[in-house]
Design a protein around this ligand. Structure first.
Ligand SMILES: Cc1ncc(C[n+]2csc(CCOP(=O)(O)OP(=O)(O)O)c2C)c(N)n1
Length: 372
């Protein structure tokens, strides 16, 4: 565990000691709405998975302030190289719940045409949300390459690479941070220290005094921030983004937070997370904490909160209904967007599969029966 005290802005009573987030009332409420949307999207995905309507999801509960605080520090012209646990970054920047639900259902309207796992989103608009890589850490050097390219082109684009504590044990973390510092690439590394990498604890992950300290060895600033504090994350990431944008190179931000659910819908965290840990982190829930600030600023009452929750819940439920009613991708789309010129042997193999499906039925379109 890191002995460095994380930067905190929002006090337990909702006060901020004169900190100015530089956000309008609408922007503050947008941050809040985005966090609420993550919580409700997450909740619905769990139900959809448990009732067999989608195959898989990744819990985001507890991490909302890290996601939204970091996303709020970016311009629409910046790029996000996300982890799979970053729903709030997409929602904050205006990706609609239905676009995300299309991916959860792997249907024909999914930007990956159903060829990715659920939660492996990729969006080009309204912000570049780079296609999520399942292999841990592979997107870190990709973000650095994109950042270096932006620098060579003279653009002022900043890349945000987001990953978990487990991601710091990947080769991509080492090579990515090393090259970023040497090249002074405009990239911000956001390590979401959420306590676990599946069931592996932080103590089993590293012998360092936390993760931010690793920045020193690569030659860049490392900062530890309270990941359940929207303003603290926004402050630290904004400073890192500004440094990157003005030629000061990369920063490693460690956001200390906690994953309040399982790693995915495939595990039961009660078998490896002590109940007391869940309890102590429940008391630090980032959403009620931000609500206290908003209430103190006269921007939220229990009525407006209830109405907003109703509205967001309805939007997400409607998104799921629409996505579920959308057809699965046609088998013939299997090679779409993959090759500029489809190699002849694949064209032939594809045609054989399409002909077989035409004669015997398409397993992708039916109840799983395939004529084997
Ligand atoms: C290279 C690689 N090794 C192992 C895995 C299996 N795996 C999937 S998620 C995960 C845990 C990652 O933990 P962390 O980086 O802390 O992110 P978190 O899930 O906590 O957000 C592992 C080991 C993988 N996907 N890729």
């Amino acid at each position: 565990m890191s002995t460095t005290e994380p930067l905190t802005v929002i006090e337990p009573d909702g006060g901020v000691n004169g900190y100015d987030p530089g956000l309008t009332e609408d922007e503050l409420l947008h941050c809040y709405r985005s966090m609420l949307a993550v919580r409700l999207f997450d909740e619905l995905c769990l139900k959809l998975q448990r009732s067999g309507r989608i195959g898989f999801s990744i819990p985001n509960e507890g991490i909302e302030a890290t996601q939204v605080g970091a996303a709020s520090a970016l311009r629409k012209s910046d790029w996000i190289f996300p982890s799979y646990r970053d729903f709030g970054m997409a929602l904050y920047h205006g990706v609609s719940p239905v676009e995300m639900m299309h991916n959860m259902f792997g249907n024909a309207a999914d930007s990956a045409k159903g060829r990715q796992m659920p939660v492996h989103f990729s969006f080009v608009e309204p912000i570049r949300f780079y296609s999520i890589s399942s292999p841990i850490g592979t997107h870190i050097p990709q973000a650095v390459g994109a950042a270096y390219a932006a620098k060579l082109r003279g653009e002022d684009t900043v890349m945000l690479a987001s990953f978990g504590d487990g991601g710091t044990s990947s080769l991509g973390f080492h090579s990515g941070l090393n090259f970023a510092a040497v090249w002074k690439a405009p990239v911000v590394f956001l390590c979401q220290n959420n306590g676990y990498a599946i069931s592996c604890t932080v103590e089993e992950q590293t012998a360092s005094d936390g993760f931010a300290i690793k920045a020193q060895a690569y030659g860049m600033p490392g900062v530890v921030v309270d990941g359940n504090d929207l303003f603290a994350v926004r402050k630290v990431v904004s400073e890192a983004v500004e440094r990157a944008r003005t030629g000061g190179g990369p920063t490693l931000v460690e956001a200390k937070t906690f994953r309040m659910g399982g790693h995915s819908t495939s595990d039961d965290p009660r078998s490896y997370v002590p109940a007391e840990l869940f309890e102590s982190w429940r008391a630090k829930d980032p959403i009620p904490r931000f609500e206290k600030y908003l209430a103190g600023a006269g921007l939220l009452t229990s009525d407006t909160r209830a109405n907003l929750e109703k509205e967001v819940r309805a939007e997400i439920q409607d998104a799921a209904r629409q996505a579920e009613a959308t057809a699965k991708p046609g088998l013939e789309t299997i090679f779409s967007d993959v090759y500029a010129t489809l190699p002849e042997h694949l064209r032939r193999q594809g045609q054989e599969a399409f002909d077989l499906a035409a004669r015997k039925g398409d397993a992708a379109a039916g109840g799983g029966e395939f004529p084997l």
